[in-house]
Design a protein around this ligand. Structure first.
Ligand code: NAD
Length: 266
């Protein structure tokens, strides 16, 4: 049985941890060649090592990328086309703009500092723009493809534990995704947003660092548990594959029912 991404090349940012790590491994299992991009060289290279151990040499490549730096994203796209362009049918077919931060000092409107706001927007919003800016011409060269931008459930609902810069940045990712999907729909380029619920990854667990804060968040989740990164990776796989060929501009919520619910503490 051919994999669901057989013959495709995928660039995934934030590849060293959480959703990005699980997606790199899953996409490789489904036959894609992986360009694993992360600002953290050690964890990013570890992801590639894991893939190569399971799926053979040259099934993945690491590129050091700070998504807030345009030249580094541009370079990753060039590497994807150069390294894998000859080996498979397409060139670059999938771009998963997944890297993002939640700053520990992010708070409410009164206490959040400008430096926290600016850093959050530079990575979470400008980083996605750079990713899309350089993905779109590459996907055109490949005859089309799929872009997935990681937003969050907080782009759809207010968060009870304040994180204003993060929430606002993810709202911007949704708006950007919608517009890009509309503009490029007739070029066979699909652009969707993944909206994860609260996950048991370092990003959120470092932020919700007390049991009280964890419970304050969990009370809103009908399933009563944090999500796992692999559950996001399965959803990203669907959006990346041709199985979602009529889906673009979606706000794909993978959140244990959180955005469907009106939940109050027991
Ligand atoms: P994570 O912290 O486990 O992994 C994030 C990865 O991104 C890390 O490997 C990190 O090194 C990398 N990264 C950070 N800044 C970068 C930069 N400037 N350039 C390149 N790489 C960078 O986080 P995760 O939970 O897997 O989150 C992935 C995405 O999902 C993020 O966009 C996050 O906002 C979003 N998200 C997470 C949750 C959650 O609860 N964890 C919920 C909703 C949305």
């Amino acid at each position: 049985m051919p994999g669901r991404l057989e013959g495709k090349v995928a660039l995934i940012t934030g590849a060293g941890s959480g959703i990005g790590l699980e997606s790199c491994i899953l996409f490789a299992k489904e036959g894609a060649k992986i360009v694993a991009a992360d600002v953290n060289e050690e964890t990013g290279r570890a992801t590639v090592k894991k893939i190569e151990e399971q799926y053979g040499a040259k099934s993945a490549i690491f590129v050091k990328v700070d998504v807030s730096k345009e030249d580094q994203i541009k370079n990753a796209v060039e590497v994807a086309e150069k390294e894998f362009g000859r080996m498979v049918i397409g060139k670059l077919n999938i771009v998963f703009n997944n890297a993002g931060i939640m700053h520990p000092d992010d708070d409410n409107a009164i206490t959040t500092e400008e430096r926290v706001w600016d850093l959050t927007f530079t990575i979470n919003v400008k980083g996605v723009w750079w990713g899309c800016k350089h993905a779109i011409p590459a996907l055109r060269r490949a005859g089309g493809g799929s872009i997935i931008n990681t937003a969050s459930f907080v782009a759809l609902r207010g968060a009870a534990t304040p994180q204003l810069a993060y929430t606002s940045s993810k709202g911007a990712v949704l708006a950007m995704t919608r517009e890009l999907a509309t503009i490029h729909a007739r070029e066979n380029i699909r652009v969707n947003a993944l909206c994860p619920g609260p996950l048991r990854t370092p990003l959120l667990m470092d932020f919700l660092n007390t049991e009280e804060k964890k419970q304050r968040r969990l009370v809103h989740v009908p399933m009563g548990r944090f999500g796992e990164a692999i559950e996001q990776a399965y959803s990203a796989l669907f959006l990346a594959s041709d199985e979602s060929s009529y889906i673009t501009g979606s706000e794909f919520a993978v959140d244990g029912g959180l955005t469907a619910a009106y939940v109050t503490p027991e």
